[in-house]
Structure formats: structure tokens, C-alpha cells
Design a binder for this molecule. Structure first.
Ligand SMILES: NC(=O)c1ccc[n+]([C@@H]2O[C@H](COP(=O)([O-])OP(=O)(O)OC[C@H]3O[C@@H](n4cnc5c(N)ncnc54)[C@H](O)[C@@H]3O)[C@@H](O)[C@H]2O)c1
Ligand SMILES: N[C@@H](CCC=O)C(=O)O
Length: 522
């Protein structure tokens, strides 16, 4: 194959400015085009076979729930087994393909996705209810992951495939990081393109073969990504696609004795279950499985009395309600120093009331939540919140033929309240008062999670303390706590937020490899 020449320096894909008329028109056209093709069927893909099972996961538009986005063939344990056998066979070939060639498939896929950027984003608008900017950021991040991990593989092939070791007389030594084997990729609904594609390509560019099981509520965008990888000529059997039920397909593969690693992104509950099940050695299994689990968050923003309060209020609202609060990084807690508490609350409520709610394709600030189950759960948390704090705005369903919920703010919430402790994963913000900035940091740290955090202050000493003491994987000073950029803000959390991995970081691909030392007597 012809290897693509790319600049060695990685640059993030720019976000689209939809206030520019030409960009707005291009997105409208893409929405129209994608709308015309909704409702199609998508097969399972194993090696060279595409399989229509006749039994489908029906993906619906959460913002307009009578509209079917597509029907994706539902996997079974028999098909999961077929995919495993295929992935095992292909691994024997793929592990010997050069890093440059493996990286090249990612470069080609990134180029093709860039050409169809608005169409991918339009599909995200329809399938999961992202507004234009959120969808555009998801697509840009998917492109970034491919560009970044391809370059990372090329870099590691120079430094880690034949790594020099401390020299010793009479020996020639080397260290090589080699692929692990067959991996199972289990992805969430909320970044159904970026995280699904990012975790998949990280595993395959490192020389592994995979079975991808996407989220049940966003299988069509995953099917589109699988089509794209076929178009760029990725060898059959490297990426096998088996959508299906979490237990029937996901758990079967997690427990499979030939699974070498699991890359999971999703809730704490499912992540812990996978961690436990994967740790059990099955009959015929000759390794301990590696589990990379990226899980939930109960992220918060701290504001002290020296902060720029308008910037803080902007950051709090953006972090709480971006994509309806359905981000692991969502700032669902705000902890404000008493002397400026009322002022910050007023600014936050004022901004929240101005957020427009409605159809994602019409590009409102707030759209629907993903499905009926999430809708019921979030509304139930709002009812709990009414007994735990003061309802300041929102507080119930919003109009529309979908799963719309008003952006909701509670004030004077006790640090021990459920809405301050549990991940709601919806448009609900809990605000708490702290006596001073030190107490605010203590409240921030009083969580089982540790994913993202924000600290707004103009005091350099306090900022230094916050940098050391706020315990999370991604800490932002004087900015919102969402929106990590690949390569710039390597992403992943502490404690119950995950297994300490850093997606989009310089050590991430090593998680998909194992180190082999050789020492040769000379
Ligand atoms: N830390 C991160 O980087 C990160 C990123 C995105 C989302 N998240 C978290 O993901 C959650 C939201 O996503 P979700 O609702 O799709 O999560 P989820 O845990 O419900 O589902 C995630 C995936 O796991 C599968 N699954 C469910 N049960 C399973 C089982 N028993 N065995 C194997 N697989 C199973 C699902 O089908 C889906 O593909 C939130 O908690 C959010 O914080 C974390
Ligand atoms: N990486 C994203 C969050 C991913 C989880 O939902 C962010 O930084 O906002």
C-alpha cells in the first residue's frame, strides 16, 4: 500500500464557526442529506462477512421520538463467538503489519471523515440529540484521535519498539512493546463517535484486533464509522462489529477466555461489574485480562471571592448544561464561597433561564436527554433535589415530542445531599455554599469520583494550593471543566472515575501493549 505522508506535528481539528454563513449553510445541507437517508438497516460485520440478523436494535431520535434513525442488526452470543474466532485469526497477521502501515489506515480514515465532517455531525444531531457545536466537537475529536494515535504509533515505533536500555558489557539488550491480542471495545452513548472511534483505533493501531460493541442508543453512528474504516481498506477481521445487549454480547466477550483486554467507557456501575467479571480466570485462559475502564464523574467547580464572577458563571453554566449535562466531565456541582454566593447564584440562574430548549437540528442550546430511562431517572433526581435544596429554576419536563427536561438549578444544597454525591447525568446543577475557599476545596474533594474540576480565583497562592489539593484527573483553572482537547488535555479520572488512563495522552497507547525485554550475549 502507499503510505500517506503527514506532517509529524499533531494539530487539533478546528471547530466549525457556525456564525459564518457558508458553514451554517453547509451544516443545513448535511442535515437535509442525512435526514433523507434515515431509517436504513445496518449489518453486523465480522471479517469479510456482513450479517443481517433480521432482529434489530431500533435507534430513535431522542428529540423527535417517532423518527427512526436506523435499524442495526442485533448480535447474539453465537455471533460474538464468531467475531472472537475471526479476531484471533486476524491477530496473527495484523500483529506483524508495520506500525507505519497500521498508522496509515488512521490517517486515511481521518482524511475521509474530515471530508464528510458535517454529515457525521448531522448524524450525531439526529441520533443522540447534540446541538451543532456539540456534534461538531464530537466529530472533530474523532478526527483528532485518529491523527494523534497514528502519530503516536509512529513515535513509539522509534522509541518503544526497539527501546535502548542501560548498556552492559557483553550483552545486546532491547525492549519492545508488542500488541496484546484480541480486545473488546465497549463504548457509551454520549460521545458515540469520538470515544467509540478513539478507543477502537488506539487498540488497532497498536497491533491488536478488536470486537466493537457500541452503545445500544447510538449504534448507527458506530455502523457509519465501521463503513468508513472498510472504505480506507482496513484489512477484514481487524475491526469486527457486533452491536447488541450489554449482557448478552458485552458480558459474553468480557468473560471470554481468549479476550486479552477490555476497553470500556461508561457508567461506574457497569464498569465495576466488568472489572469484576474480567478478573475471573476462565477455563483455558492463560493470562489476566487488562481492563481499561473510563467511568463516571461528579465534577465540580469552586469559586472564591477574588474570582471574575461573570467568567465563573459562564463556566458553571456551560459545564453543567452542555449536551444536557450528559458528559462524564459535566460540572454538576458548584461550590461557592459564602461572601459571593448570592451574586454567583443570581448570575448562574439568569444565564440558565436564557438557554433555549428545543430540537437539536434547530440548534438550540439544550436538547433532549438520550432516552426514556434517562428521562425518568433525571426527573426522579429532580424530585429528590426538591427535598434537598431550594429549586431556583427549571424543575421538570420541557415541551417537545422527545425527552426534554428543563435545565434545573438547586441552591443551598448540603454537601451530603444525594444530588451533590451521585452522578445524575442530566441537566441538573447543585450549588453549595462554603465558609471559605479551603472549605470549598474540602467539599469538592468529598466524593468517590475524581474526573474533572474547576477553580475560579485571581489569587495565585490559592491557585497553587488548588492545583495540588483538588484531587481529580483533569483540573481546569478559571475555565469550565468540560471540553478536553486530544493531545492538549489528556483525559481520564481518579478513584471511581476509572483506571487512571489518559485518553489522548502520550502514554495511552502503551496500555494496549506489553513490554518484552530481550538480552543477547555477545
Ligand atoms: N470517563 C470517561 O472518559 C467517560 C466518557 C464518557 C462517558 N462516561 C460515563 O459513561 C456513562 C454514560 O454512558 P452510558 O449510559 O452509555 O453508560 P453504560 O454504562 O450504561 O453503557 C456503556 C456501555 O456498556 C454496555 N454494557 C451495559 N451493561 C454491560 C455489561 N453488563 N457488560 C458489558 N457491557 C455492558 C452498554 O451496552 C454500553 O455499550 C456516564 O456514567 C459517564 O460519566 C465516562
Ligand atoms: N472528554 C470530554 C468528556 C467525555 C465524557 O463524557 C470532555 O472533556 O468534556
Amino acid at each position: 500500500m502507499t503510505i500517506t505522508t503527514k506532517p509529524s506535528v499533531f494539530k487539533n481539528e478546528p471547530f466549525t464557526d457556525f456564525t459564518v454563513e457558508a458553514n451554517k449553510v453547509a451544516m443545513e445541507k448535511a442535515l437535509e442529506k442525512v435526514k433523507g437517508k434515515l431509517g436504513g438497516t445496518y449489518p453486523i460485520s465480522i471479517g469479510s462477512e456482513t450479517i443481517d440478523t433480521g432482529d434489530y436494535i431500533v435507534s430513535i431520535n431522542p428529540g423527535s421520538k417517532d423518527d427512526v434513525i436506523g435499524r442495526v442488526s442485533k448480535g447474539t452470543t453465537a455471533l460474538a463467538e464468531q467475531a472472537m474466532q475471526q479476531a484471533l485469526t486476524t491477530f496473527e497477521m495484523w500483529k506483524n503489519v508495520s506500525p507505519a502501515e497500521r498508522a496509515d489506515y488512521l490517517f486515511k480514515a481521518a482524511d475521509l471523515m474530515r471530508q464528510r465532517k458535517h454529515e457525521f455531525s448531522a448524524m450525531l444531531v439526529y441520533e443522540v440529540g447534540k446541538n451543532w457545536a456539540e456534534a461538531d466537537a464530537d466529530t472533530a475529536e474523532a478526527i483528532d484521535f485518529m491523527e494523534f494515535y497514528a502519530r503516536e504509533m509512529l513515535r513509539l515505533s522509534k522509541t518503544h519498539i526497539n527501546q535502548p536500555l542501560t548498556p552492559v558489557d557483553g550483552e545486546k539488550t532491547r525492549m519492545a512493546y508488542i500488541p496484546l491480542g484480541v480486545g473488546v471495545i465497549i463504548s457509551p452513548f454520549n460521545f458515540p463517535l469520538a470515544i467509540m472511534a478513539g478507543t477502537t483505533v488506539a487498540a488497532i493501531v497498536s497491533g491488536n484486533t478488536v470486537i466493537l460493541k457500541p452503545a445500544d442508543s447510538a449504534p448507527v453512528i458506530a455502523a457509519k464509522f465501521v463503513e468508513l474504516m472498510k472504505e480506507v481498506g482496513l484489512p477484514e477481521g481487524v475491526l469486527n462489529f457486533v452491536p447488541g445487549d450489554g449482557i448478552e454480547v458485552g458480558e459474553y466477550l468480557v468473560e471470554h477466555p481468549k479476550t486479552r483486554f477490555v476497553s470500556f467507557t461508561g457508567s461506574r456501575e457497569v464498569g465495576c461489574r466488568i472489572y469484576e467479571r474480567a478478573s475471573k480466570v476462565q477455563s483455558g485462559q492463560i493470562w489476566l485480562k487488562r481492563v481499561i475502564a473510563e467511568m463516571g464523574g461528579k465534577d465540580g467547580i469552586v469559586v472564591d471571592e477574588t474570582a471574575d464572577l461573570d467568567a465563573a458563571a459562564d463556566g458553571i453554566v456551560a459545564a453543567a448544561f452542555g449536551f444536557q449535562g450528559q458528559k462524564c466531565s459535566a460540572g454538576s456541582r458548584a461550590i461557592i464561597v459564602e461572601s459571593v454566593y448570592d451574586e454567583v447564584v443570581e448570575k448562574v440562574v439568569e444565564r440558565t433561564k436564557k438557554l433555549s430548549i428545543g430540537l437539536p437540528e434547530e440548534n438550540h442550546a439544550v436538547g433532549p436527554v438520550i432516552d426514556q430511562k434517562a428521562y425518568n431517572k433525571i426527573l426522579s433526581y429532580i424530585e429528590t433535589g426538591k427535598g434537598e435544596g431550594t429549586l431556583l429554576t427549571g424543575g421538570g419536563p420541557a415541551e417537545g415530542n422527545g425527552f426534554y427536561i428543563e435545565p434545573t438549578v438547586f441552591g443551598d444544597v448540603s454537601p451530603q445531599a444525594r444530588i451533590m454525591k451521585e452522578e445524575i447525568f442530566g441537566p441538573v446543577l447543585a450549588m453549595a455554599k462554603a465558609a471559605d475557599w479551603k472549605e470549598a476545596i474540602e467539599i469538592y474533594n468529598d466524593t468517590d469520583y475524581g474526573l474533572t474540576g474547576g477553580f475560579f480565583s485571581r489569587d495565585e497562592n490559592r491557585i497553587s494550593t488548588a492545583l495540588n489539593e483538588m484531587h481529580c484527573g483533569n483540573l481546569y483553572i478559571n475555565k469550565k471543566c468540560t471540553g478536553a482537547l486530544v493531545g492538549v488535555h489528556p483525559f481520564g479520572g481518579f478513584n471511581m472515575s476509572g483506571t487512571d488512563s489518559k485518553a489522548g495522552g502520550y502514554d495511552y497507547l502503551l496500555l494496549f501493549t506489553q513490554g518484552k525485554m530481550t538480552a543477547r550475549k555477545i
